[in-house]
Design a protein around this ligand. Sequence first.
Ligand code: ATP
Ligand code: MG
Length: 389
Amino acid sequence: MRVVEQTDDVVMITDPAGIIEYVNAAFERETGYRRAEVIGQSSRILHSGVQDAGFYKKMWDTISSGHSFRALMVNRRKNGELFYEEKTITPLRDSNNVITHYLSTSKDVTERRRLDEQMQQSEKLASIGQLAAGVAHEINNPVGYISSNIATLTRYLDGIFRLLNAYEEAENAIGDSALRERLHALKQEVDLAFLRDDIRALIDESSEGVARVKKIVQDLKDFSRQEEAEWQMADVHKGLESTLNIVHNELKYKAEVVREYADLPLVECIPSQLNQVFLNLLVNAAQAIDHHGVIHVRSGMDGAWCWVEVEDNGKGIPPEHINRLFEPFFTTKPVGKGTGLGLSISYGIVQKHGGRIEVDSEVGRGSRFRVWLPLRQPGSATAEAGEGQ
Ligand SMILES: Nc1ncnc2c1ncn2[C@@H]1O[C@H](COP(=O)(O)OP(=O)(O)OP(=O)(O)O)[C@@H](O)[C@H]1O
Ligand SMILES: [Mg+2]
């Protein structure tokens, strides 16, 4: 029993009906329940609601027929937190081969899963980032000359139209009436009046389209930006305020902005990039609000970290979207409204700052995006000076 008591594995022994008879010290540590609180209780107190009735039926069928059962489960700690367990339940029998107890041993794998998920996510984004940078690079050049050619063509066409106008004015001076007739007929045939208008419209539309592609390419480059910008000690609130000014027009009809700033020290960062993060979060918040809502902009400190958050009371995010938010091109907005790059760019920037973004959202209630930033970058002169004190 001393071994069981001291192992890091969580051990629980129940009677055949699932009533807890013994738990070890690791159980108390992992679940937050004290031994006296759980002995005599059903092992159901750990249920999280994540596994369905079918899961438990299969578990009971397996163990009551004398087999062991292994599974990855989500259970609930005393404080309400969910945790992942790799659990094995083994039936214990007496000398008559009757099941007298069930022995459950498990390992808490929550942290491992979280790290795995984080790693997968950042690897995925890093490789998409590389791909994006490559694509952006390839598109940049052709888009550059298409856009400059459109500008040149517009100038040439202006010239041609001016010349055409002059010819039209000169038409009546043509003595040869057969030639005049032919010109007139040709003008009708090609529908010159329509061409004039439509050529203009086509060119305008094409330049708009090219401008949009350019913006996307620029966003993609920002997303995967490798080159160094200026690190400096900056006032995060100042950046927030200038960003709020920029988006003022987009926000003013959508929401009231409520500021709840803490006292923050200067933060070592690349201010222009952080502003881009704030901009994306604020625009998303406004776009999530259908009619009129409230956007809270808050800041705070915790040890060597500070945070800035943007909370809206808009439509919220369904759970199945949460893991995809930071993927480039993931968007639920109509074509032309969102390209799905805002959050992926923001993710890249925050990661470069050694920080992280937390999301909390509920459909129908709203969303909160909190950006955590270290006050100092590791290895920087200021960080070392700070440590020496
Ligand atoms: N505050 C929010 N409330 C509800 N949904 C959000 C919020 N922020 C982001 N989302 C969801 O995440 C998706 C991705 O956001 P992201 O900012 O990356 O792209 P986008 O806003 O769709 O387009 P872009 O930012 O490129 O214009 C959005 O389409 C939306 O579904
Ligand atoms: Mg966005």
